[in-house]
Design a protein around this ligand. Sequence first.
Ligand SMILES: *Cc1c(COP(=O)(O)O)cnc(C)c1O
Length: 413
Amino acid sequence: MNDKRSFGFTTTILHSDRRKAIEHGSLHKPVHTSVAFGYSDARQLASVFQGKEPGFRYGRQGNPTVAALEEKLTRMEDGVSTICFGTGMGAIGAIFQALLRSGDHVVSSAFLFGNTNSLWQTVASQGVGVAFVDATDVANVEAALTADTRLVFVETIANPRTQVADLARIGALCRERGILFVVDNTMTTPYLFRPKNVGAGLVVNALTKSIAGHGVALGGSLTDSGEYDWQNYPHIAASYQRNPPAQWGMAQIRAKGLRDFGASLGPEAAHHIALGAETLALRMERSCGNALALARMLEADPRVAAVHYPGLASHPQHALAGELFRSFGPLFSFVLEDGIDCFDYLNRLQIGISASNLGDTRTLVIPVAHTIFFEMGAQRRASMGIAESLIRVSVGIEDTDDLLADFSGALQA
Ligand SMILES: *Cc1c(COP(=O)(O)O)cnc(C)c1O
């Protein structure tokens, strides 16, 4: 295949490996388990180390199987380059390790994945100021900016309360101020949304979730969209400024974030993730359709106190989400009326599994305040809009009628 015409999302994922002749005509990139890469000319090894020619040197910094996945992700996000990490948190942690210094300032959405919230607390304890804002309104982001703000961080649809960030306006604000805009695209995936289109410079994906979909491999990635001018970033070390400016950020992240801290993705996991990614679009269509059907059914039931899903007209950012995303995502959360214990309800489900992953092909449910958001305490939970009996549902690709019967049947007991 040549690059002369552009293909659709799934065609591109399925056929992008073949564009580079794969060993023996293999249709899948093989799993290269070698940690080291030998060169018959020692001078060539030296020039690979000095960045004068491309090549692999040691598995922590790069591997051919991982590189094939990185290229796939770059195409999925329509970006310039991608770096994979051993987990989604490894990818977000690398932003801190590679780009932030004591005295810097970050503006983050207050509505965050629990571990990212915890990471920002760690960052704050190490001398970086972190302002948490309600990012559903750009005015709150603008009010929090300081002269030291290096980046603005938001999730597309926040996990678990499904608040939708004011993405396009925050992107425009960051562009105007020359600030790096980082978007965690895990909940939407590049199939529903490309953060590049709203000016995000760096895109985070927790590959563990919908991109892999099967829940058998952990992984994370950062994609440089090409939207940010790294010449505006104050802490690019001189050694990375030897590259063309478009590569500065990723050169520093690969060295400082990946090489020095070592949160590398293994080749076997990369292979599993690449296989899962082939069916991302099909799975998202099915699980988003299931999520909408379930959310509508529960909202109409008097035994349910609240349902949070951007696909419902009652959601505060329903219109915004409709403008931004191809559909409304595979995740919703809800609160039962007083008198129905959330644990008992979960125990009555036959299909929904009480488990903490999301973006899986199987429907997973979790009582958020008692598990993944337990450690942060009731006060911070309340500030994120998380009720103590909130149930998060990551909707899978099961048959819709089976899910509807399961979730309504559990109400009736
Ligand atoms: C799960 C998740 C992460 C972290 O990914 P891991 O692979 O579990 O480390 C980051 N952001 C969001 C929105 C997530 O849902």
